[in-house]
Design a protein around this ligand. Structure first.
Ligand code: ATP
Length: 303
């Protein structure tokens, strides 16, 4: 077995990050993830999600602890193109005159020599990546002339062109329509089947159980990490989100005779999470969810 046959591993070992102003954004954070998985990185604003991504991308250096990717240091892993980052759109200068094709080709830089002249293989891989995200028809378009969801798809294509086994996605569903959301989720599932490891930051709780098989719950440190069903408990989420979430409990039913069950709802006012009596997630895979999304997308198309 060669190193590339082995499932890729991401280990965050007792990582503490302190910014130059003295702010400790992450303290003693630890978790380990293995390829073939979609993992949600979940926490409130300011909980350290971006900081953790920065540590994995070598933008900030931990003052304690280490991040290992495929058993290698972050620097070595970046050099070997093991990690790709799909940014939040806000971080990019949209007036910069680059085309969709140029952006996707950036994913190939690590494979080119210093002249950065793309070869036939680079063009083939970039083309394939654009097709996979459904953006091939937009290749000539200036990047600033795309919708929010289209921009996200282009950055995802860049990550695909990079052929990285670990993909970090920073809030990929913020500001995208349901159709783009389901396109991205579908693509992430295919990549999972191909052995990639995706770490997806989000503060939109409701979507997490639908597509993440694992969750890292953070608030300046790792509060819990593991399978979604085990981590997404009422107790853990209340600890992570505190007063941010609205909390409802229904002990009585007004439409039928009460059968003794109680239901708790935790909601960020986007999509509610429903917990049963034991405090565990009531349904982690919503039955027929895809069908509902398709229907909604069709309805939007018909408008
Ligand atoms: N460059 C910086 N210098 C100093 N403090 C910072 C810096 N960047 C972030 N912080 C602080 O570190 C903490 C964690 O911030 P971080 O951006 O990692 O959170 P986040 O979970 O990504 O938040 P959001 O969901 O709002 O993007 C916050 O208190 C923030 O103010």
């Amino acid at each position: 077995m060669t190193a590339t046959d082995r499932p890729i591993e991401l280990s965050v070992n007792a990582v503490t990050v302190r910014y130059p102003n003295g702010q400790v954004a992450l303290r003693d954070a630890s978790f380990r993830l293995v390829g073939g998985s979609i993992c949600g990185l979940v926490g409130v604003n300011g909980s350290g999600k971006s900081t953790l991504f920065k540590a994995i991308m070598d933008f900030v250096r931990p003052v304690q602890g280490e991040v290992l990717i495929g058993g290698q240091s972050v620097r070595a892993a970046l050099k070997a193109n093991l990690v790709a980052y799909v940014p939040q759109s806000e971080e990019v200068d949209w007036t910069f005159p680059v085309s969709v094709w140029d952006v996707v080709m950036m994913g190939r830089y690590g494979y080119m020599n210093f002249l950065r002249r793309p070869g036939a293989e680079d063009r083939r891989v970039a083309e394939e990546a654009l097709v996979r995200v459904g953006m091939a028809d937009f290749r000539e378009r200036q990047i600033g002339e795309l919708s929010g969801g289209q921009k996200k798809r282009v950055f995802l294509a860049r990550a695909l062109a990079q052929r990285s086994r670990v993909i970090l996605l920073d809030e990929p569903f913020t500001g995208v329509d349901v159709k783009t959301e389901s396109t991205i989720i579908e693509l992430l599932r295919t990549l999972r089947g191909e052995g990639h490891l995706m770490l997806v930051s989000t503060h939109n709780l409701g979507t997490v159980p639908e597509f993440c098989d694992q969750v890292v719950l953070i608030n300046r440190t790792v509060l819990a990490a593991g399978r979604t069903e085990e981590v997404f408990t009422e107790a853990n989420l209340s600890a992570a989100f505190g007063g941010v979430l609205r909390h409802f409990r229904f002990d009585e039913s007004t439409v039928q005779k009460h059968d003794g069950r109680a239901v708790t709802l935790l909601t960020d006012d986007e999509r509610p999470l429903v917990f049963g009596k034991g405090g565990h997630l009531e349904y982690s895979r919503r039955a027929d969810h895809e069908k509902v999304i398709e229907q909604r997308a069709e309805e939007e198309d018909d408008k």
